[in-house]
Design a protein around this ligand. Structure first.
Ligand code: KG4
Ligand code: ZN
Length: 338
């Protein structure tokens, strides 16, 4: 089966083609960073309009490079939620229209399920069951995964998601959107011993998260120590360390509680090198294996959407014939198992 994947849930337009017996054939991503930068964050209306402009040119590019003709495509997968409603509607409308024109099934994909399955695109994919730490701009989830569509949410963010906390803290350190990677870059020059930030919600049992207090801690530290370049780098370093260590503590707790021997990390914040290294070293001590998607498949992409689409289509799932809807809010726990 050859599956086209389309991702337009937020500020990346992406297209990919996955072939069941060969793996990923090709993918392309257009980032809207330049478009939103002057506003300091994603402007939903501009995001939708830019998706309209970019999906078909990207699709043409990927089809040409893979010598894919419309009659060789067996299904279309598009992100149906969660995300920005206008942005999702662009991918859904184009995906459903192409599927109708090509007379193949379409399927709306859950964006976080796609992130969760992204490690399956790598050479050494994890076997089920595994523990998944999903860390994106809008979601922080710790999930026990026993199969595709079998997701038990063990913990989640009660306030800001990890990516959101990175982005907001970056803004108050004077860094421009998108804050996460910029903050990580600044932290490289920071002194790890100058400040120690709290590890939120680690002193009580449970696996939920809450990162919004770290932002307040960062503001107060900035006020108390003066707003110079060195202090900002030291704060970035302390912030990044606190987030990484919080994930280390919670993932260790979840590995021990579930007895699972595999941990996957996915979503945009999974691109953070310090987080990757610290989780890796914790897991080694716990005798667990860690799996990551390559950096480009941590952040938003269509390869993970095409792969998830293939898994669901071949299991017999597909959108109903008439109409279509997107789901800006959509719980991972409500998905149907394969
Ligand atoms: O998964 P993603 O690309 O989009 C969503 O589904 O939300 O995640 C985007 C988030 C943003 O908050 C971004 O700042 C963060 O991931 N991010 C990072 C890094 N790269 C992306 N955060 C920390 N360090 C990074 N290297
Ligand atoms: Zn995402």
């Amino acid at each position: 089966m050859r599956i086209l994947g389309i991702e337009t849930s937020c500020d990346e337009t992406a297209v990919a083609i996955y072939q069941s017996d060969q793996g990923l054939l090709d993918h392309a991503v257009h980032s809207q960073i330049e478009l939103h930068r002057q506003y300091g964050g994603v402007v939903p209306e501009l995001a939708s309009r830019d998706h309209v402009r970019k999906v078909l040119p990207l699709l043409r590019e990927v089809m040409e490079r893979t010598e894919t003709t419309p009659d060789s495509i067996d299904g279309v997968a598009y992100t149906a939620g969660p995300g920005l409603v206008g942005a999702l509607l662009v991918g859904a409308a184009i995906g459903r229209s192409l599927a109708m024109a090509w007379d193949v099934p379409a399927i709306g994909i859950h964006h976080m399920e796609a992130h969760l399955l992204a490690p399956m695109l790598e050479a050494d994919p994890p076997a089920f069951p595994f523990l998944a730490l999903l860390v994106s701009g809008g979601h922080t989830l710790l999930v026990a995964v026993t199969g595709i569509g079998r997701y038990e949410i063990l913990g989640q963010s009660l306030d800001d998601a990890a990516g959101e906390a990175f982005d907001k803290t970056a803004t108050l350190l004077g860094l421009s959107y998108p804050g996460g990677p910029a903050l990580a870059e600044l932290a490289r020059n920071g002194n790890p011993d100058r400040f120690r930030f709290p590890r939120p919600m680690t002193d009580r049992p449970g696996l939920d998260f809450g990162f919004s207090g770290l932002k307040t801690y960062a503001i107060n530290t900035l006020r108390a120590h003066g707003d110079d370049d060195t202090t900002r780098a030291d704060i970035a370093r302390a912030f990044e360390e606190a987030v990484a260590d919080t994930f280390v503590i919670k993932c260790r707790r979840a590995l021990r509680a579930t007895g699972m021997g595999r941990l996957i990390i996915a979503g945009g914040v999974g691109a953070n090198r310090r987080l990757r290294e610290e989780l890796m070293s914790m897991a080694t001590k716990e005798k667990a294996h860690v799996f990551y998607p390559r950096i480009a498949f941590c952040t938003d992409n269509a390869a993970m959407v095409a792969y998830t689409g293939w898994q669901r289509l071949r299991a017999g799932f597909q959108d109903a014939d008439t109409g279509f809807k997107v789901r800006p809010r959509w719980s991972l726990a409500t998905l149907e198992p394969l």
